[in-house]
Design a protein around this ligand. Structure first.
Ligand code: 5GP
Length: 186
């Protein structure tokens, strides 16, 4: 048996970038593939980045109890963590990691209070705004929506076991795997 780790934090803090770094440098970490009703972005592969599903398929997954947690993120699409693969990883002694939003993290805490909850924080609020605007993938309306979400999410830091400040993606990734007890490749 091993322990599940949940990584959450405000929008645009760099969760995706830190996760990508962990994927690249620490192959012993197992990433949950979330189901989502959002459309794929260019370059995203079904079954790798997400399982892209219809609203009906998502409803069915909820009804059949297949999701460990799920939430509407940024007031739009639904995202959820398939439960089976996570349970298998824990039973097999793997090092499973969920990169999810705050609502999802709260649900996991109810279901699996022994998991390790890690909050990824921006160095400052201004830096968070700069990253969100700088990413350039969202419209102004969407940016405002995400900033409003981020403000609420920042206030939740105290609910977490530990905070990593994302000054530098490589350092943040190393801090995360160290907390998970995953050995670094030589
Ligand atoms: P994006 O659409 O940019 O890939 O992700 C938007 C947000 O959804 C991110 O904050 C990400 O952490 C969150 N997210 C991704 N997968 C899940 C999931 O399975 N459950 C929950 N609750 N949030 C998720």
């Amino acid at each position: 048996m091993s322990r599940l780790t949940v990584l959450a934090g405000p929008t645009a803090v760099g969760k995706g970038t830190v996760s990508a770094r962990v994927r690249e440098a620490f192959p012993d970490v197992w990433f949950s593939v979330s189901a989502t009703t959002r459309a794929p972005r260019p370059g995203e592969v079904d079954g790798v980045h997400y399982r892209f599903v219809s609203d009906e398929q998502f409803d069915r997954m909820i009804a059949e109890g297949e999701l460990l947690e799920y939430a509407v993120v940024h007031g739009r699409n639904r995202y959820g963590t398939p439960r089976g693969p996570v349970d298998e990883q824990i039973a097999a002694g793997g090092s499973p990691l969920l990169e999810i939003d705050l609502q999802g993290a709260r649900q996991v805490r109810e279901a699996m209070p022994d998991a390790l909850f890690v909050f990824l924080a921006p160095p400052t609020w201004d830096e968070l705004v700069r990253r969100l605007v700088g990413r350039g993938t969202e419209s102004t309306v969407e940016q405002q929506r995400r900033l409003a979400t981020a403000e609420q999410e920042l206030a939740a830091e105290a609910e977490f076991d530990v905070t990593i400040v994302n000054h530098d993606v490589h350092r943040a990734a190393e801090e995360l795997v160290d907390l998970m007890g995953v050995s670094r490749p030589a």
